[in-house]
Every structure is written in C-alpha cells, then in structure tokens.
Design a protein around this ligand. Sequence first.
Ligand SMILES: [Mn+2]
Length: 309
Amino acid sequence: MDGVDSFVSKRRVALIGAASGWGAGFRQTENGPPALRDLGLARWLGRAGLVAGWTAMVEPSRFWREHPHLERTHVFEEVAEVNGALCRAVCEAMAAGRFPVVLGGDHSIAMGTWGGVARGLERAPFGLLWFDAHLDAHTVATTPSMNPHGMPAAVLLGHGEPDFLAIGGGALRPEHLCYIGARSFEPGEHALLERLGVRIFYMDEVHRRGLGSVVEEALQIVTDGTVAFGVTIDLDGFDPLDAPGIGLKEPNGLRRGEMLDALGQIARRPDLCALEIVEYIPEFDEGMRTARLVRDLIAAALVRAAVPA
Ligand SMILES: [Mn+2]
C-alpha cells in the first residue's frame, strides 16, 4: 500500500478506551472513548490505511458508577483502579504485538498508559513528548484543585501518591520528557519540573520557532538514550478554535495544520511505541470537528501523508 508504514501496518493498532473523567473537576471526558468508538473511529482509520480495532474499554467499576458524588478522598481510589486496569490493557496489547493508541478520558490516565508502556518495555528507558496547555506535574502538596488529572507527569517522574506511584511511578526519567505548548500552570508544579531539569517548550517558543523546529529538537531529546518514545496529546494543547470538544479552554494554542505536519515527522519511526489522546468531551464538540481531529492525529502520527482532507 502506497504511503503506509509497513512497521505499523504489520503491528495492528490496538484502540484502548479509558472512559473515566474522575480525575478532573468535570466528568464528561468519560464519554469520549465510547463516542469515538460509536462514531466509527476504527473504520475511519481503516480508510487511512491502518488496521485498527478496539481491544479494551476501561471503565470505572459498578461501585463508582453507582456512587457518582463521592467525596474527594475516594476519587483517588477510583483513579488508581482505572489506571491499574488501563496499565494491564496496554501491557496486553504490547505483548500481543499491537501498537497501543489510548483514548481518554481525563489526563490522569497517563499514569496507566505510560506505566503500562514501561512494563511492556520491561523497564528499558523510553522518552515521551507531552503536548499540553498544562504541565500536569502537581503533587498533593502543590495542587490547588486536588484533581488527579493535574498530577500524572509528577507520578511518572516518581513524585506523588503511593497508590498512583504503584502504577506509573518512575516510569520516566526527567531527561527523557519534553513538554510542547505549555501556557497555563502553577508555580509549585513548575518548580518541580525545573528542579528535575525537564525541557519545556512553552507556547511562545512554539510561536517564535514554529512547531516543526520545536518537535525536531524535542525528538532528539526523547530519543537520546532511550529504546523507544511515546506521544501524549492533551486536546487542550490545541487552540480551542481547532478543538472545541474539551473542558478547559486555553486560547492561543497549537493549530491543527501545523500539528498534523509536525506529527508527520514522527510517522514511520520504528521507535514510536504508543500514542495517547485525552480530554475529549463529545457534548462540547462542534460538528464532530474534535472527533475528526483525533482521527487525523492518529493517522498523521502513524501513516505518513495519509491524512484525509
Ligand atoms: Mn493534560
């Protein structure tokens, strides 16, 4: 097939839903993965030249669904439970030789996704490109909201609650992580990342240099001394004009066209090991614009020059 990456097409894509919004102050991201499934994401990707099928839809267990208004302390238990199940689903996909594409859900699921990848790679070092308006690097000591979706990066770097560390703790080394598009964060989480020496490409640097140049440099960082690298995309990293179907809108963000071009730089790389896209809220979407963006991001990252118009 013309333009289709043989590496990816040989390794079929495992679509894994993480249908939990308990890590955020709003729950509607739990509707994201079932909506993408029902809209026909697997079929859409098939038209782009990928062999993709849903291998898991991780959901909160019945107890949590029957008690939607539990107090904050219980939220951590639910988030840990979902992430544990997600971690296993990602591991299973990798063991079966499939390429995991994890769809959220709020960004707290990054603990399970990248904790699972770390296990799947048998703890060999991997890098991570983190596209986001935020830094998601809080601990309980620094967070103003206590929302776990503001904490996954800290956990992956080895800082946070014991229940979370048990799943994703220490999956990543700070020198193997790069943020791209950051423009809204609090001093405490920023101080942690500064202390650890994590490279942050703020949105003003992206505007100044162009996303292509930034991604090129970031790729060098995340592939230096690693066996593989992953990509996590928080849809709030985008300008809300291009991704209306989200909860926390941060203007002046990444644009659809430049992002699809930049992801083309990673397509065909045999060391790309997993992709995660989070925080989609179907009820806020406008004419499926955000759902189509999710599809096109996956296609751009995995199939060079096969992005539908
Ligand atoms: Mn995020």
